[in-house]
Write a protein that binds this ligand. Structure first.
Ligand code: CAA
Length: 255
């Protein structure tokens, strides 16, 4: 069965749709592999400029496949090398937009935390409930969450396995935009459309600068930003052309 569908709704945009509705899109091994394969392919495809990751109305993803985890010994789990599959998500160079309805729990929440922009419906529920099944997050949940919402909120969530709603996620700065459940995918497409119309190299460098810089002291991060922004790969000619066309169309829309 195809557990991740890859759709191309518009030029420049790909949608990766997690497709295990009967299991609330729990992250089976084959789903993880298909997701990683699609991301590798899309990363190399210059026609793809932004990627949306989504699930269905009931779940973005309900986390690791607990049935798989019950069957595997700890050593068996270790040998699956899930970290390599996560690495593909973490290293994806183009903007990743999560379009979230329903549950984003455990590994599903961690998948969302890997994304660059999160669009959530009012019906979304987030959480890292691993503690309730006697384990802990293993795909950056304890690290990314604390950087995003701070130690005290993160530990409140992590130590109690507390689920929190979309309004809370938005208030804590975890979600970029909160919309009606029906509007989640259209809003994500809007973001992808805007981004895919902007200069690809600058988009890539901004993402890299933000992600790399977030782990550095400010002075080192500013040096990194200077390095990226002064690279000849962000072409001055392209810059002028983009400025001219933006200026021209804004004058047109004003007249
Ligand atoms: N793994 C495997 N199957 C899952 C699943 C999961 N994480 N979550 C849901 N399912 C399956 C259920 O077993 C059920 O299948 P059957 O009909 O065959 O029994 C089906 O999906 C529907 O589930 P529910 O009837 O429970 O649906 P619901 O809408 O009432 O509740 C839910 C949805 C709140 C997500 C609930 O299913 C739930 O709590 N799931 C577990 C969530 C969880 O604990 N996630 C963390 C996993 S650990 C992890 O992610 C760790 C890591 O990466 C390191």
């Amino acid at each position: 069965m195809t557990e991740v569908l890859c759709e191309r709704p518009e030029t420049g945009i790909a949608v990766l749709r997690l497709n295990r509705p009967e299991a609330r899109n729990a992250l089976s091994l084959s789903l993880r592999k298909q997701l990683a394969e699609h991301l590798n392919t899309l990363d190399e495809n210059p026609d793809v400029r932004a990627v949306i990751v989504t699930g269905d109305r009931k779940a973005f993803a309900a986390g690791a496949d607990l049935k798989l985890m019950v069957e595997q010994s700890p050593m068996g789990m270790h040998q699956l090398r899930l970290d390599r599959l996560w690495q593909t998500v973490a290293e994806f160079r183009k903007p990743l937009i999560a379009a979230i309805n329903g549950y984003a729990l455990g590994g599903g929440c961690e998948l969302a935390l890997h994304c660059d922009i999160l669009i959530a419906g009012h019906d979304a529920t987030f959480g890292l409930p691993e503690i309730k099944v006697g384990i802990m997050p293993g795909a950056g949940g304890t690290q990314r969450l604390v950087r995003l919402i701070g130690k005290h909120r993160a530990l409140r969530v992590l130590l109690r396995g507390e689920l929190f709603d979309a309004e809370t996620a938005y208030a804590w700065g975890l979600v970029s935009e909160l919309v009606e459940p029906d509007a989640v995918e259209a809003t994500a497409l809007d973001y992808a459309r805007t981004i895919s119309g902007l200069p690809a190299r600058a988009v890539e460098f901004i993402k890299e600068s933000v992600l790399q810089g977030a782990d550095l002291p400010l002075s080192a991060a500013l040096t990194l930003e200077r390095k990226f922004s002064s690279t000849p790969l962000i072409r001055r000619k392209g810059c002028r052309r983009s400025w001219k066309s933006a200026n021209h169309s804004s004058q047109e829309s004003e007249s």
